[in-house]
Design a protein around this ligand. Structure first.
Ligand code: NAP
Ligand code: GDD
Length: 344
């Protein structure tokens, strides 16, 4: 019997990964944070009855340890126990506002998890595999393009610094204690379930609101239009996470599309889906996106600028393609945008 624990199960990636593992007949546990209503269940409603959800928090080491013990005790005949650590304060700009909290969850949270596993008997740890949600943000001010598994990290946000710590802890516990601990280094991935404050979803929802006359201003406020991102579809990336844990040994893998686009280009493509052709006037904070009828559709709001910006992300996924046979179903940025508009 295969069992899995997903931290961050209520997030974008967690919900798609849970769907994938259900299809593969895993018994799935998930850690959710209590909130004043119940927990953040919006992305899980359709599969809620098939999941075993437990309250927990990455900052609570005793709680994590108890959860892992409980799962092992409930499933004494398990063959493989896969742990996907997806929980994080995942917004880069927000990490500048709450750097210590971000470090505690995204960095020290991984130490808490690894320690909870390390102290288990060897016959148990031999059946545990851990995936850590590493990120292309770790490359920061990039030192090489395209970025691969050997490109040095050069983080430029509290979020990325915490993720580099977590990445290194995974390697240390792999090498030092022989744990099956693998890092994914995932480039940006999006979907209809993407959080509303990430740029792709903000643009898609902004275009839809304009299209349905729900945006009184008629325009979207954005920050840096010139950063470049390697955007893929989340469904392809959670499949990659699963493949990483099916490999015969623990290792680190880049998952990316191998294409990069500016935020500006994403804006143009998204508006074009709804028949609006955007051209640009002005410079710097006065730059504007205007449609074919002369209506302003994009304005710059410096509040969305970051203290440090990752200007260029472009990943080379050839190691994952070659070793894991990872292939993407969503081949183009337009496929992704179309699916995000579908809202499903
Ligand atoms: P997301 O939608 O923001 O989901 C984050 C999840 O973490 C949510 O379930 C959230 O719970 C949970 N969480 C936050 N703080 C927690 C805490 N203290 N204890 C326990 N759970 C906590 O992020 P995502 O896009 O799915 O990303 C999943 C993981 O991949 C994250 O670690 C992210 O940093 C990493 N990553 C993402 C991308 C990407 O492009 N999406 C790329 C590379 C790496 P609530 O629902 O209660 O908030
Ligand atoms: N969020 C946001 N909002 N970003 C904006 C805006 C805006 O109004 N305007 C421009 N941007 C720019 C950001 O400055 C950044 O260069 C780019 O759009 C993408 O921003 P996000 O969508 O917030 O994503 P991110 O690249 O910072 O981080 C995401 O991808 C990482 C992987 O590279 C998150 O999912 C991270 O958790 C993940 O690790």
């Amino acid at each position: 019997m295969k069992i899995a624990l997903i931290t961050g199960i209520s997030g974008q990636d967690g919900s798609y990964l849970a769907e994938l593992l259900l299809e593969k007949n895993y018994k799935i546990y998930g850690i959710v944070r209590r909130n004043s209503f119940l927990f953040n269940s919006a992305r899980l409603e359709h599969i809620r009855d098939h999941l075993n959800l437990l309250y927990g928090d990455m900052t609570d080491c005793a709680g994590l340890s108890n959860t892992i013990h409980k799962i092992i005790n409930e499933n004494s005949n398990f063959s493989i126990f896969e742990i996907y650590n997806l929980a994080a304060q995942s917004h880069v700009q927000v990490s500048f506002e709450i750097p210590k909290y971000t470090t505690e969850v995204d960095g020290l949270g991984v130490c808490n998890l690894l320690e909870a596993i390390r102290v288990l008997p060897k016959y148990t740890t031999d059946k545990i595999r851990i995936y850590q949600a590493g990120t292309s943000e770790m490359y920061g001010h990039v030192l090489e393009t395209p970025q691969t598994e050997t490109t040095p990290f050069n983080p430029c946000s509290p979020y990325a610094a915490a993720k580099v710590y977590a990445y290194n802890m995974m390697k240390i516990y792999r090498e030092g204690y022989g744990l099956f601990a693998s890092n994914g280094i995932l480039f940006n991935h999006e979907s209809p379930r993407r959080g509303a404050h990430f740029v792709t979803q903000k643009i898609i929802k902004g275009v839809l609101d304009i299209n349905y006359g729900k945006n009184k201003d008629g325009f979207i406020r954005l920050g840096n239009l010139y950063s470049k991102r390697d955007w893929g579809h989340t469904k392809d990336y959670v499949y990659g996470m699963w493949l990483i844990l099916q490999h015969d040994k623990p290792d680190d893998f880049v998952l990316a599309t191998g294409e990069t686009h500016t935020v500006k280009s994403f804006v143009e493509k998204a508006f074009l889906f709804k028949g609006l052709l955007i051209h640009w006037v002005g410079e710097g904070i006065n730059e504007k996106g205007i449609d074919q009828d002369g209506k302003t559709r994009i304005v710059i709001d410096p509040k969305y600028y970051r203290p440090c910006e990752v200007e260029l992300l472009l990943g080379n996924p050839s190691k994952a393609t070659r070793i894991l046979n990872w292939n993407r179903k969503f081949k183009t940025l337009n496929n992704l945008i179309k699916d995000m508009f579908s809202g499903k």
